[in-house]
Ligand binder design. Sequence first.
Ligand code: AMP
Length: 220
Amino acid sequence: MYIVFMGPPGAGKGTQAERVAEELGLEHVAPGDLFRQAVKQGDRLGAEVKAFMEQGILVPDNITIKVILERLLSQAGGEGVVLDGFPRNYNQAVALDEALEQQNKSIDWVVNIQVSQPELVRRLSSRWLCRECQAPYSVDGREAEAVRQCPACGGGLYQRPDDNPETVTRRLQVYFAETEPLIDYYRQQNKLVEVEGEGGVEEVAGRIIRALGYDGGDNN
Ligand code: AMP
């Protein structure tokens, strides 16, 4: 089972992809998480990707495709994968289709989470994450200063360096120019599942599970 999660930055893709992966017993693979970890460790990959991430633009395909396809190959014997944030352009989509085809596999569903642009900007500028468990929280700056600690594990809260207003604007531009066109690519393959992403985490998760047909219904 291969499920791709798509949606603009701030749509809740990461949170929902992780939940669905857990619910269906699939591996969660997110290039953004892999890259952030590499930057934190200061390894070679981290050095290669840091500047692109800071600018809010895509890491070059030769790096991203290699990292993700290697990761997929290492998961090939498992139940399947939820891909969160890959593919993000046409080149990556084709590389993914070809790599899966070589293993006689293919993408089953592409979940596109839809959220209006004003709501995206609001969410990104109030997004704080736990340094320890990476749980996201939506709080305004003063509230975060007051809370300071993750309610789940007590870790410190921080804002992603690419969640500042200038980089958020760039990331949204990159999404609309390079990633959004993939919606049609997957619609033509009859793999697209569109889900309304406004509302609470539980509410949206329920919509996704229903749309994928895992609540005993069908996925129409
Ligand atoms: P995300 O955590 O998905 O918001 O990704 C954070 C950053 O990682 C992006 O702004 C890009 O710089 C980089 N990145 C994540 N996924 C990809 C991808 N599929 N292709 C290229 N760059 C990516």
